[in-house]
Write a protein that binds this ligand. Structure first.
Ligand SMILES: Cc1cc2nc3c(=O)[nH]c(=O)nc-3n(C[C@H](O)[C@H](O)[C@H](O)COP(=O)(O)O)c2cc1C
Length: 271
């Protein structure tokens, strides 16, 4: 389970990187316990000793405090570009990329297409992809190597705020490529979109059928949308399903209950 965030600051799209201070539940628990201890014992022991205990707990827990780096994406540019039928006709797998990096606008549209939020006057808020029971077990990650203004690292896409949260810092394209049996385009693409899912989320409602069928259908919808969005941006991508799950999981720093399902290197096609 992810830690609840006690504070959160908002930032403007693509301009600065803002942080939120997470306070893990364990630290709150320890502090509460030490305060209660202080209250119960205050009449019997020196107040100074309990206070000292409280301070020791606090300072011991400081290293556990981290920072959440959140990067707001520019709004996806939905209008323009080829129609969906043209994009379908142009879709093909691309494995050779130029040295050009990706722009924030491109990343914004690709991620929005993968699982972003939409709304209309009839149905209200929904997503760019369907999902069995509306459970949405899929989480999309961006492994950024060369993206405008975006620090290299693994970023988790939050569809609600159309923002990215840094999961892991650094250029992870090489270890990711190694985890995919050395498929070179995983490291030569300026970025990879990784589609991961928590199968348990769907299984809890639909049992084995949810886990063995629906989750993969959900992931497929996201992947096809990334292909089509890439076409509309004159970018190229390829679905990579051949990799060692545990290694990809560790490179990306995924949650225990998440399984990586697809890696999609994206870039400017070498023509
Ligand atoms: C589930 C799945 C897994 C795939 N895994 C890989 C892969 O690991 N490496 C790769 O180069 N291509 C992979 N592909 C891409 C296919 O090779 C490609 O879609 C197929 O050859 C048809 O070519 P096209 O996409 O250009 O029409 C995968 C495709 C799918 C649907």
């Amino acid at each position: 389970m992810r830690t609840e965030r006690t504070t959160k600051r908002v930032q403007r799209a693509g301009e600065t990187v803002h942080t939120a201070l997470p306070v893990p539940d364990e630290i709150v628990f320890l502090l509460c316990r030490s305060i209660r201890y202080y209250r119960v014992r205050e009449e019997r022991i020196m107040k100074g000793r309990s206070l000292l205990l409280l301070l020791v707990f606090f300072f011991m827990s400081l290293p556990l405090l981290g920072e959440d780096v959140v990067f707001s994406l520019p709004a996806p540019r939905i209008e323009g570009g080829p129609g969906v039928t043209e994009a379908m006709n142009a879709r093909r797998s691309t494995r050779r990329f130029t040295d050009e990096g990706l722009g924030l606008e491109e990343v914004s549209l690709l991620l929005w297409a993968s699982s972003g939020k939409t709304a209309d006057a009839v149905t209200g808020a929904t997503r760019t992809v369907p999902s069995a029971g509306g459970l949405y077990p899929v989480t999309v990650y961006l492994v950024a190597r060369d993206v405008d203004a975006l620090e290299q690292g693994v970023w988790r896409y939050d569809y609600r705020s159309h923002a990215l949260t840094l999961n892991k810092k650094g250029d992870l394209s090489k270890p990711l490529s190694k985890a995919a049996g050395g498929q070179v385009y995983v490291r030569t693409a300026p970025a990879c979109i990784v589609i991961a899912a928590d199968p348990g989320r769907t299984a809890r409602v639909y049992g084995t059928r949810g886990e063995t069928r629906y989750v993969h259908m959900d992931a497929g919808h996201s992947a096809q949308n990334v292909y089509l969005a890439a076409c509309s941006l004159l970018l190229g991508t390829v679905e990579v399903g051949a990799f060692i799950d545990e290694r990809v999981k560790s490179v990306l720093g995924l949650e225990e209950d998440e399984t990586p399902l697809l890696i999609m290197p994206v870039g400017h096609p070498l023509r």
